[in-house]
Design a protein around this ligand. Structure first.
Ligand code: ARG
Length: 452
């Protein structure tokens, strides 16, 4: 014998390429080498394989790493191909690498190992976005802008208040990703096919060598569960949903001339020479669809899968890679677009009072001066049908109260309430848009970024 193991008993037929994940496994090539190294070291330390054999296996793994994924021999997957490559290099002893494990715990370890990295990168993009939002907020504490509900002018607010609203949401997105990370970061290695092994392995040791926080205790759970993938993709999808709202806001703001996107994040038209389009943000918005598709695809694949390992799981993994790539990229692009956009303070100020957006503040003022809020609401609503000024309020007062507004409130205070900047300044309740109320929000955003 040439010492090379033949694997042509099964899976050599027309379904060969359908079965194989070798190409898709390029993503976990480095991870698999690390998992192989950790397992080999542990086997030697436990006296399960000889040190000399372990040494030769490790040397072969280094050479395989240098040669790269592209030079691997054919195989059903990267695990099999790397093992074959080790055997090709050092002979049959290379087959000792697979003592006391299965591809089932191996692939689960590889996915977790690689996904940790990817999730941390995604987390970094959320931090960059939060930093961009905080910078915008710090620069625009007093930049008045229209605030909307139902996309109708509602109440004036500030760019800082808007930016910190998204910072809060993205902060929770970061938390959800880190929370998922904690459960990704447990080692399934040593679970073997699902049923453990007769060999005296040290699972804590391989976990430590691979930098995992601990082990997935039950060997069947270790080899076959993929809820860690599902919660990661869900957290990514939630973040993509946040991003889509942010992108939509900025698209609308650009449309209204409130904000100018940097050329780096804009696109032109191949026919209309004057165009500057927010294409990058439209793509950010669309990634929410990809991510929701990832959640749906993964959920469907996992639904009803019996324990323990089933090959369906091979196709589950792809959803996670695609989702993490798309969302991390969208998040990074959103961070850049936000950081480089210019806010047009004048246009924003001119629009801040549009649609009688100060009406609520006027009603609040009347209520603070003793009118029942409902009566104040009615009075201002009647004025709003005419115009957003003192005269309209005065004639509404005559018809609702049968007396002048002055009987209830100082006219100067009413003029202030009608002014968008004063309106914002007066809404200083906790979390509100008044610059002094925004300062602590800015502070907690900075503290949270530093902590994450
Ligand atoms: N390529 C497989 C996967 O991604 C590895 C495990 C194969 N195990 C098996 N028993 N066929 O899930």
């Amino acid at each position: 014998s040439d010492g090379v193991v033949r694997r042509d008993r099964f899976s050599g037929g027309p379904a060969r390429s359908f079965l194989s994940s070798l190409q898709a496994d390029e993503r976990i090539f480095e991870a698999d080498l690390e998992v192989d190294r950790a397992h080999t070291v542990m086997l030697a330390e436990q006296g399960i394989i000889a040190d000399a054999v372990a040494g030769r296996i490790l040397t072969a793994l280094d050479a395989i790493e240098v040669d790269g994924h592209g030079t691997l021999p054919d195989g059903e997957d990267v695990h099999e191909a790397i093992e074959t490559a080790v055997i090709e290099r050092i002979g049959a002893d290379g087959g000792k690498m697979h003592t006391a494990r299965s591809r089932n715990d191996e692939v689960a370890a590889c996915i977790r190992y690689r996904l940790r990295e990817d999730v941390l990168e995604a987390v970094e993009t959320t931090l960059a976005l939060r930093e961009s939002l905080v910078e915008v907020a710090a620069a625009h504490r007093e930049t008045i802008m229209p605030g909307y509900t139902h996309l109708q002018p509602a109440q004036p607010t500030t760019v800082a208040h808007w930016a910190l609203a998204y910072e809060g949401a993205v902060r929770r997105d970061t938390d959800r990703l880190l929370d998922a990370y904690g459960r990704i970061n447990e080692s399934p290695l040593g679970g073997a096919a699902f049923a453990g092994t007769t060999f005296d392995i040290d699972r804590e040791r391989t976990a430590a060598l691979l930098g995992f926080e601990g082990v997935v205790e039950n060997s069947m759970d270790a080899a076959s569960s993929r809820d860690f993938l599902l919660e990661t993709v869900q957290a990514l999808s939630t973040h993509a949903t946040t991003l889509s709202g942010l992108a939509e806001d900025v698209i609308i703001f650009a449309n209204r001339g409130f904000v100018d996107l940097s050329d780096d994040y804009s696109s032109t038209s191949s026919i209309m020479p004057q165009k500057k389009n927010p294409d990058t943000l439209e793509l950010v918005r669309a990634v929410a669809g990809d991510a929701a598709g990832g959640v749906q695809g993964l959920t469907t694949t996992l639904t009803g899968l019996p324990r323990a390992y089933n090959r369906d799981l091979q196709r589950a993994t792809t959803h996670a890679w695609q989702t993490v790539d798309a969302v991390a990229e969208a998040s990074a692009v959103a961070a850049g677009a936000v950081a480089t956009a210019d806010w047009n303070a004048e246009t924003l100020a001119a629009e801040a009072g549009a649609g009688f957006s100060t009406a609520t503040g006027v009603a609040d003022l009347l209520a603070a001066n003793g009118l029942p809020f409902r009566t104040a609401h009615e009075l201002v609503a009647i004025a709003a049908e005419h115009s957003a000024d003192y005269d309209a309020l005065e004639s509404a007062a005559q018809s609702v109260l049968g007396e002048s507004l002055e009987a209830h409130v100082d006219p100067e205070a009413v003029e202030d309430a009608l002014d968008p900047a004063e309106s914002v300044a007066s809404r200083d309740s906790q979390g509100g848009p008044a610059p002094e109320a925004v300062d602590p929000q800015l502070e907690s955003a900075r503290e949270a970024i530093a902590a994450d």
